[in-house]
Design a protein around this ligand. Sequence first.
Ligand code: HEC
Ligand SMILES: [Cu+2]
Length: 371
Amino acid sequence: MRRTRWILALLALTILLAACSKTAPQNTMNPAGPTAQTEKNLLVLVLWPAAAVFLVVEGGILLISIRFRHRKDRDRMPPQIHGNTRLEIGWTIAPAIVLAVIMVPTVSTIWQLARQPADAMQITVEGYQWWWGFRYTDPDMAVNYGDHDAIVTADVMVIPTGRTIDLSLTSLGGGAHSTAGVPDHEVIHSFWAPRLFGKQDVIPGETNHIVFSADAPGVYWGQCAEFCGLQHGRMKFRIHALDEADWQRWVANEKDPAVAPTKDELAQKQGMDLFFGNGGVGGQCIQCHGVGGTAASSTAAPNLTHFAATTHECFAGCDFETFNPDGTPNIEALKAWLRDPNAVKLGAKMPDYGLTEQQIDVLVAYLYSLK
Ligand code: HEC
Ligand SMILES: [Cu+2]
């Protein structure tokens, strides 16, 4: 009995102390932009009345159960009261008033957050099983090659600090698994970066919106918040807010096509040949992956045009770091991914191609040349 009590107390303490984590990149209580701030204000506003109600109700239960508990010298039943009109009217009206008052800031916040300013920057967020894609659809974000399509990234959404951004959220099929033109794996996700904005559902065939901005440069973490299958828990992303100069540099780089390796960069060149199936070997990669400025234009999997750009910190649903802490390529992580995606992320919609170590080496060299 004593032991159980100790174990329970320790468990409770562990849960409590977990709340003290210093590295809490997904802390709603630490907003980093106006949308998250507005949502937090409302949360806190409702929290206090809720806390008061909690104390009164739970305190009342505790008080009554202690005060009227069974004692040896007492009759089994204390006197029973039935029906008290004044009390009943009271506890019906009081909560109604509390709810009516709370409704005023709640409804006005809903309207406020639903506003879509005309001058906001437009980014389409695409939810796949199990990674996020980002499409920059403003005319001035078109790439400067081919058909001048939008800049597309995966895993990390890069934004300019202080600019209002209007996200259009859609759910799309993962992998090249469309059957007779009907995409598979279109499921409901939810987009959530707690320090920047609250959750919003991502529904096939619908377009939901989040309007937000980031106050300061930095990296803000987020993840899928609606169960969407096996790897839902590892469907993460990051939002990287850059200052104006870095943002301009990033945009200029993203607008350029992927740089093709020269003859002298032998490993990279061999990797590229394998990727595209030049010379008859390989070529599976381009069934799903797009590389800007080349014949690879599929949108079924993460776009790899600037896979090795420094802002592309993480890959495959941000499960793996693209770079080591010292900034060098995280070659081991990418090798493990190419050896067998399902071994490191069970269920991933990228098959194992039984690549040899030599093939993996040259593919890694090619992918890390895509800056
Ligand atoms: C059948 C479609 C398909 C094919 C073919 C395919 N991939 Fe993938 N690939 C995916 C999907 C889907 C993901 C994302 C999976 C996830 O995160 O759950 C992915 C992720 C990746 C990533 C991480 C990208 C990022 O930025 O997150 C790399 C790198 C990659 N694949 C390389 C390759 C290479 C190299 C080949 C050829 C050997 C290849 N892929 C063939 C579907 C495919
Ligand atoms: Cu999801």
